[in-house]
Design a protein around this ligand. Structure first.
Ligand SMILES: NC(=O)c1ccc[n+]([C@@H]2O[C@H](COP(=O)([O-])OP(=O)(O)OC[C@H]3O[C@@H](n4cnc5c(N)ncnc54)[C@H](OP(=O)(O)O)[C@@H]3O)[C@@H](O)[C@H]2O)c1
Length: 366
């Protein structure tokens, strides 16, 4: 890929920053046979993919979970399952004994919608796990943070050195503080890598896949102002590739933004629209703003996370492009699956699991 030869777009952003290289160098993502790896969050979406991959590749996998019944399939496949709750540091004591690599996917993502729980999991829990890793002499601590730390940047290019944006939402704030806490432990000798994925989609994703299909199928608004702002999706298997590379490459104390592409919301949502057989609906910004007020009120009364809120509407409108050049250059990572391939895999899974019905007239329902 020659960055200098890329076409300049109307907005002065190179097309390579938007879409990544056109040629796809084969990324050698190693299996880690025999390596002793501890994974948190393996009963959730991303952690389960990481655990699947490593167990299949012959790693000695240890899971720290708070609900062991949800990890039965992984236990049956050979993983060791330890009971541990990130909000209760004593339950983590000794969990990193004999471990070489920690991949920390466990996190609070909005439920229950309480500040104290968000911080107990994403800050105190991350700190306690990292302290355990430091004590045990772990060689690499891969932390899954989020692009949410950058906030809804309206325009320009976002890189790993872009400043964190506090005060947009509880999730982003807790992720920023989790990163800060980890940096302090890293400076005391724990080799850490911070990853910041965009919207992670694929089979088993509730938020980025199943719920989006439902939304479009029910004819509810899925985007704002024609979906002109940028989404930053990443297919879950492409993310797992990057996490594995972070575990083995000499990249300690680095942070990586991880997205497959910068893509307008309307183009991303059209993938699901085509599966469902309906065009995703858009609402004008003032209507989205009023819906956000209503949803924030409902969320306040029910103590649930709002689905849309005014300050986060900036994400739908953002024209900023997120650069993954650092991951490409330092990690050698490129998305292994194209969007077309990844969406085909996702569609097949949705059909097989009853979230999408392919009708004779080629229309679908979810
Ligand atoms: N999904 C995305 O689009 C996305 C985007 C950017 C970054 N991320 C980050 O990626 C990571 C994984 O996200 P995900 O989408 O896989 O979320 P998820 O499906 O909700 O999984 C979260 C995991 O964390 C575990 N967990 C929560 N609280 C815990 C506690 N107190 N003690 C122990 N484990 C606890 C959950 O266990 P239970 O099964 O017991 O609830 C679950 O296994 C998170 O750090 C998230 O912030 C996700």
């Amino acid at each position: 890929m020659n960055w200098r030869k890329t076409r300049r777009t109307r907005r002065g952003v190179t097309s390579s920053v938007l879409t990544g290289p056109k040629t796809r160098p084969a990324v050698e993502v190693p299996a880690l046979p025999g390596r002793r790896v501890l994974i948190t969050g393996a009963t959730g979406f991303i952690g389960s993919y990481v655990a699947d991959r490593l167990v299949r590749g012959g790693s000695q996998v240890r899971l720290v979970v708070r609900r062991p019944d949800r990890a039965e399939a992984l236990r049956a496949a050979g993983a060791e399952v330890l009971l541990g709750d990130l909000t209760d540091p004593p339950t983590l004591q000794g969990c990193c004994g004999g471990i070489e690599i920690v991949i920390h996917c466990g996190a609070w993502l909005g439920t229950p919608y309480k500040r104290e729980v968000a911080y107990a999991v994403n800050v105190t829990g991350t700190t306690a796990l990292a302290e355990e890793a430091l004590r045990a002499g772990v060689q690499r601590f891969v932390h899954v943070s989020s692009v949410a730390v950058y906030g809804p940047v309206p325009s320009g290019v976002v890189t790993e050195t872009s400043p964190p944006w506090k005060g947009v939402h509880l999730y982003g704030d807790s992720k920023i503080e989790g990163e800060d806490a980890l940096a302090a432990i890293s400076s005391r000798g724990l080799p850490t890598v911070i990853t910041r994925p965009g919207i992670v989609y694929g089979p088993r994703s509730r938020g980025a896949t199943i719920q989006v299909v439902r939304l479009i199928n029910r004819g509810w608004p899925a985007m704002v102002e024609g979906g002109y702002g940028y989404s930053r999706p990443i297919f879950v298997e492409n993310l797992v590739d990057a996490l594995v590379l972070c575990a083995v490459k000499p990249v300690t104390r680095e942070a990586f933004t991880l997205i497959d592409t910068n893509m307008r919301w309307r183009d991303y949502l059209q993938y699901y629209g085509r599966m469902v057989g309906k065009s995703p609906l858009s609402v004008p910004y003032p209507v989205a703003w009023l819906l956000a007020v209503a949803d924030e009120t409902r969320a306040f009364l029910t103590r649930r996370q709002p689905r849309i809120w005014r300050r986060a509407l900036g994400y739908a409108m953002s024209q900023a492009v997120y650069s993954t050049e650092h991951a490409r250059r330092i990690l050698g990572w490129t998305p292994r699956y194209t969007m077309d391939q990844a969406m085909e895999i996702t569609k097949t899974w949705l059909i097989e699991n009853g979230y999408l019905t392919v009708r004779r007239d080629a229309r679908s329902s979810a």
